[in-house]
Ligand binder design. Structure first.
Ligand code: GLN
Length: 381
């Protein structure tokens, strides 16, 4: 064995894989890794089958099939009033994670600083470091997990290149509001920064709140890459199809990385999605659908000693177990999985310094039966 100087020495296996595996091993209800346990639409599956049978089985064009990019550009133009050019501003990627990685690979140079907010999704920090960048972690505090824009300003210096945001937010379920986007716009315009905005839960937003996309703010959109995911919108996380929307000068660079990271994304699914997107009913109801799930889950845990935190979007609910146990959140998640047969995700793993607020994340993208069973366990803790 030769000794390798690991580029990510302290990184182990992703917490989602660890907890899903533990859930399987201990026959626990898996509310850890975020994925729905209900089926994809038959119509969409038929469309994929039709495209497979019609022989659409070779490489798609590198930036994505024109049909899908056209559908997306139309929807973005209508939804966020941002006129979007399918040819030069939309790139289909292997899920949101690849869009994020390709963007960072294309834009971040050795020593460039990238501001991110903890708890942050587990791929952000390694993606920056693998590309020679320096992550700058700012901490958000429960229960609101609000961004302190004054603090953001104080961290900007000549090396700052990119700010990463995520709304609706994984793992906390918080969402950014209009004043947040306005503060962000002011800062990035003043300092010539780029924004990488992870909006994969754009349609999973509750309580009549409006999703605050960077694309809605023209000056901000001119300096931003917005990342989306069909896995979240169509209950198909395993297909790994997402996309990045960015102005032409940024898209050109992102595609340079994308073409050597995945080259292109599977053709039949892209063609099927293009057809399926024609009918807005196929995605406009998603917020209400998941709002009911959130409410159903909250109903199930009424009477439990675990305290829910506000959840305005995404399909994750945080629960505080402070009044129940002094265990660390990692220990608690493990204990719950092994002893109580219910698997959550500990939130401290999303803090660079492992800050432990004794919070667990539960995925409520599940059938009512699954949520009822989980509720019964949580009520007895
Ligand atoms: N996005 C999913 C989650 O937050 C996990 C995806 C993965 O396993 N990498 O649970």
């Amino acid at each position: 064995m030769i000794s390798i100087n690991s580029r990510l020495p302290e990184v182990g296996t992703s917490i989602f894989t660890v907890m899903s595996r533990m859930a399987l091993e201990h026959d626990a209800i898996n509310l850890s890794q975020g994925f729905p346990d209900f089926p994809v639409s038959d119509q969409l599956i038929e469309l994929i089958y039709k495209n497979l049978k019609a022989g659409h089985n070779q490489y798609a064009p590198m930036p994505g099939t024109p049909a899908l990019r056209n559908s997306i550009a139309d929807i973005i133009t209508k939804t966020y009033q941002r006129p979007t050019d399918a040819e030069m501003e939309v790139t289909i990627t292997a899920g949101g994670t690849e869009a994020i990685f390709s963007t960072i690979a294309a834009l971040v140079k050795e020593g460039d600083e990238v501001i991110m907010f903890d708890p942050s999704y587990d791929s952000y920090d390694p993606a920056v470091r693998l590309n020679g960048g320096v992550p700058v972690h700012l901490k958000l505090k429960p229960p609101q997990f609000a961004i302190d824009w004054g603090e953001v300003k104080s961290k900007i210096n000549s090396r700052t290149k990119l700010i990463m945001i995520n709304t609706p937010h994984n793992p906390t379920g918080s969402v950014l509001r209009e004043p947040d986007l306005k503060s962000l716009e002011e800062i990035v315009v003043a300092h010539n920064l780029i924004v990488l905005s992870d909006e994969v839960y754009e349609r999973i937003i509750f309580d009549n709140l409006e999703h605050q996309s960077v694309l809605k703010y023209p000056k901000l959109a001119a300096q931003s890459i917005a990342v989306f995911s069909f896995g979240k919108t169509f209950h198909a996380t395993g297909w790994k199809v997402g996309y990045a929307v960015a102005p032409e000068y940024l898209t050109r660079e992102i595609r340079k990385a994308h073409q050597f990271i995945t080259f292109s994304v599977n053709t039949p699914v892209q063609l099927a999605l293009a057809g399926y997107l024609m009918n807005p009913d196929n995605y406009l109801q998603l917020g209400k659908f998941y709002e009911q799930k959130r409410d159903f889950f909250l109903e199930q845990i009424k009477g439990s000693s675990l305290q829910p935190l506000p959840c305005f979007g995404s399909y994750f609910q945080l629960l505080s177990y402070k009044s129940v146990s002094g265990l660390s959140d990692v220990e608690m998640a493990e204990w719950m999985t092994k002893e109580k047969k219910l698997a959550p995700i500990p939130v401290s793993v999303f803090y660079n310094d492992k800050t432990d607020h004794q919070l667990l994340r539960f995925c409520f993208a599940k059938n009512e039966e699954t949520l009822e069973k989980a509720g019964a366990i949580l009520r007895k803790l």
